[in-house]
Design a protein around this ligand. Structure first.
Ligand SMILES: Nc1ncnc2c1ncn2[C@@H]1O[C@H](COP(=O)(O)OP(=O)(O)O)[C@@H](O)[C@H]1O
Ligand SMILES: [Mg+2]
Length: 310
């Protein structure tokens, strides 16, 4: 299967600064790719190159097999994007706005409007003037506009910026439908990893222009799980630590009157009964879990080769 998008060694230099540095990744039908990184990391610049809005310094971009540089028309005809604030007319209704843009693409796009309006869940408000829309509604109309040419690749640059939690959930549901039912490949960028947790299949973490992690969301969840620790409050923490090392080869840490150890939930009962059997009294148990946000900062702050980070 040829990828919907393949980005290879993509680099962008402004003056002497490489703002996008050797970025490589591919995207297949039905995949949702979360492009995550702090402000200034290079997300928008990468997206602008993919959509042909900014020239590439070096490297290549292919969309459905077509080079964005050499076969711009064929390449871009497969792309729908909400890159900047959608250019919409506030005094026209949502529907009139869509009709206006569909005009650029011809009859097929006009015919698709009712279907698209349904897809983005705007049937009830589509005849209202845009000036009465919330930010979330405007974003949805922006997505509707990007869907007019039936793209195989949908690109959204920080679409959840400024949306409330409800708006974020609605956006997530729309994107999931597009990926699952329409088999669209989707790039969604954000500076917040946790926000994309339930949306994306693959995460590319970018910092200082470089992709520093490229992982499936499943892999990221298992990293979070593997970093889980259990804190046991007990009467003889040093003795408990010694017992755990001897019996199970568990490296634990003594903090005050407690011992902190890496432990899977399935093994908690076994360890506690062993310690109790050895006359250690357990007073309490606490799970210490790293949040996705903590993991994100940890990854950003340790730009080592990906395999050694986790
Ligand atoms: N037209 C430009 N000229 C010079 N520098 C730019 C230009 N556009 C972006 N940059 C710089 O490139 C870096 C990456 O920016 P950007 O891609 O917008 O990051 P992000 O979208 O991840 O916040 C930033 O340091 C920004 O200042
Ligand atoms: Mg940006």
């Amino acid at each position: 299967m040829i990828p919907v998008l393949s980005v290879n060694g993509l680099t962008k230099t402004y003056g002497t600064k490489k703002v996008v540095n050797n970025v490589t990744f591919s995207l297949y039908p039905g995949q949702i790719f979360g492009f995550v990184g702090p402000n200034g990391a290079g997300k928008s610049t990468t997206i602008r190159m993919i959509t042909g809005l900014t020239p590439i310094t070096s490297g290549s971009i292919k969309i459905c097999g077509y080079s964005i540089e050499r076969n711009f028309q064929q390449a871009i005809s497969n792309v729908g994007a909400v890159v900047e604030i959608p250019q919409l007319y506030p005094y026209l209704s949502g529907l009139k706005n869509l009709k206006l843009f569909a005009g650029f693409y011809g009859k097929q796009a006009l015919k698709r409007i009712p279907e698209i309006v349904k897809l983005v869940g705007m049937e009830n408000r589509i005849n209202d003037k845009l000036s009465t829309y919330s930010l979330g509604m405007k974003q949805r109309l922006g997505i509707a506009q990007a869907l007019l040419n039936k793209p195989k690749l949908l690109i959204l640059d920080e679409p959840t910026n400024g949306l409330d939690p409800n708006g974020i959930v609605e956006m997530r549901n729309i994107l999931k439908v597009l990926a699952e039912k329409e088999k669209m490949a989707i790039i969604i960028s954000s500076h917040n990893l946790a926000e994309l947790e339930h949306t994306c299949d693959v995460i590319g973490l970018i910092n200082n222009g470089k992709i520093i992690e490229y992982k499936t969301m499943k892999e990221i969840s298992s990293i979070v799980e593997s970093k889980q620790r259990i804190q046991l409050l007990c009467n003889y923490p040093n003795y408990a630590a010694l017992l755990l090392k001897k019996k199970y080869k568990i490296a634990s840490k003594v903090v005050g009157n407690s011992v902190i150890l890496p432990l899977k939930e399935a093994n908690i009962a076994v360890v506690i009964s062993y310690l109790t059997y050895k006359k250690v009294k357990i007073y309490g148990l606490k799970k210490i879990q790293k949040s996705l946000e903590e993991l994100y900062f940890e990854l950003l702050n340790s730009e080592r080769p990906s395999s050694s980070i986790i």
